[in-house]
Design a protein around this ligand. Structure first.
Ligand SMILES: Cc1cc2nc3c(=O)[nH]c(=O)nc-3n(C[C@H](O)[C@H](O)[C@H](O)COP(=O)(O)OP(=O)(O)OC[C@H]3O[C@@H](n4cnc5c(N)ncnc54)[C@H](O)[C@@H]3O)c2cc1C
Length: 417
């Protein structure tokens, strides 16, 4: 890679235009640290489009998080947006805490925020394939062009890393077996009179099963090996306040196995919120979804269908088998693997980036702060179990903007728009 770096280079390039990338962009513009012309957001899917697709793919209709969690900075921005448009009925009440927005309300508000800050004009329609830090710049190779930037904020989510059960791995490229997060998976393309198996026992599997179960003619079977577990949020709210609980995390070395395990223990993975559980119960009661309380051990493709055998000896022939078995390692995506193998940045347990706890900046091997900061699930060893969530984006925004303020020496000024 040829190293460049000119005064016309963008000051800040955000790689990833999901919830985290968009929120970081808003925070930077509102801080007055940079102008729109000094910002790039690189994303091959479009701003927020990848997240919109994942929500659609699993049939999600409502957010799990409260209405104050969204991409803008004013906590009540989404509520006001709903009120002004007569859409309060899209704020769903809850037994605990504040109401939650519907998916369409969340994304309409997010688009309104993007428009308000003209973020589309900063969007670069490309995938970052290689990132290298140089002395005064960060060089980003993309599928379109090479970008040179002073600061790079990595916000790529799980970066297309998701997990299949071992019995499914050989069948992944076959027509009947897929993963709910495969970019090509389209629940609407599952035809009538199809028998569909869904593998998993948590929120995504439950949402997909109930959505498909409502469609006429679909014969839906949920393969869930463990009892369902119900939790309102993805972890205890103690972790949302980024206070005492986070200190216990920071007591361990950065990017260590101890931190990774603490975060894994703190997350209520494999659970579903009460409203999803109730919907699933109703679908099971009225026969829209059947439940197989066993684990698939063998699956074989047979003439466009898949035959599965379970641990309890039962066997089924299905037209489609969709794995809702979760995301892979947050450091398993192509970009993190490239950075792990070829850069001067430190990595730790299972390739986790070694980040500074105060700034989220990736540490170089010599211990100094690099020009690359990380937001999202890959920052979970610093921000804890809510790092990937909308609330995690807010915390990351605070730390990263504060760090750039110190670096750029600019005083916070009035919001730009
Ligand atoms: C179905 C679902 C429901 C969820 N519901 C909630 C909820 O209710 N509340 C909550 O707080 N959290 C929720 N989450 C968790 C979290 O808020 C979301 O995952 C959120 O989308 C994370 O934002 P992100 O920007 O980190 O990642 P993403 O939304 O995945 O965005 C990452 C972006 O990076 C881009 N990208 C990836 N690789 C590259 C590359 N090499 N170059 C350029 N761009 C790249 C992708 O195209 C994508 O647009 C949910 C997650 C899922 C999957």
């Amino acid at each position: 890679m040829v190293m460049t770096g000119t005064d016309t280079d963008p000051l800040v390039t955000i790689v990833g235009g999901g919830v985290h990338g968009v929120h970081l962009a808003v925070r930077l513009l509102e801080s007055g640290l940079i102008d729109l012309g000094e910002l790039r957001i690189v994303d091959p899917a479009g701003l927020l489009e990848s997240f919109r697709r994942t929500c659609r793919q699993c049939g999600m209709t409502e957010f799990r998080s409260p209405l104050v969690h969204h991409v803008a900075t004013d906590p009540f921005s989404l509520r006001d947006f709903a009120r002004e448009r007569g859409r309060e009925d899209e704020l769903r009440s809850t037994t605990v805490g504040a109401a939650r927005p519907t998916v369409s309300l969340f994304f309409d508000h997010a688009k309104w925020v993007c428009d308000r800050y003209s973020l589309e004009s900063a969007h670069v329609d490309a995938r970052a394939t290689e990132i290298k830090e140089c002395r005064h710049t960060v060089e980003i190779e993309t599928t379109q062009d090479r970008l040179s930037t002073r600061w790079c904020l990595l916000a790529v989510g799980h970066g297309r890393s998701f997990t299949y059960p071992t019995w499914a791995i050989e069948l992944v490229s076959t027509e009947p077996v897929t993963h709910v997060w495969e970019p090509g998976f389209d629940p609407d393309a599952i035809g009538e009179t199809s028998s569909v198996g869904i593998v998993g026992g948590a929120i995504t599997a439950a949402q997909l099963a109930t959505t498909l179960g409502q469609l006429p003619g679909r014969d839906v079977m949920l393969f869930a090996r463990s009892p369902f577990r119900v939790e309102t949020l993805e972890a205890s709210t103690d972790w949302m306040h980024f206070g005492g609980a986070i200190e216990t995390l920071h007591a361990h070395p950065p990017a260590s196995r101890a931190r990774e395990e603490l975060v894994a223990e703190a997350r209520y993975d494999g659970t579903m919120p009460p409203y999803v559980f109730r919907r699933l119960q109703r679908a099971l009661e009225n026969g829209h979804v059947d439940l197989e309380r066993s684990e698939i051990t063998v699956a074989t493709e047979a003439g466009g269908t898949v035959v599965v055998t379970c641990r309890d000896g039962s066997a089924f022939c299905l037209d489609k088998l969709v794995c809702a078995t979760g995301f892979g390692s947050p450091y398993g995506g192509a970009l993190f693997r490239q950075l792990h193998q070829h850069s001067t940045l430190q990595t730790g347990y299972r390739g986790a980036p070694v980040l500074d706890d105060d700034t989220l900046r990736w540490l170089r091997r010599d211990g100094t702060l690099s020009r690359i900061a990380v937001s999202g699930v890959a920052a979970q060893q610093v921000l804890g179990p809510f790092a990937r969530n909308v609330i995690g984006a807010r915390r990351a925004g605070t730390l990263i903007v504060r760090s750039l303020e110190a670096e750029l020496g600019a005083a916070t000024s009035e919001p730009k728009p």
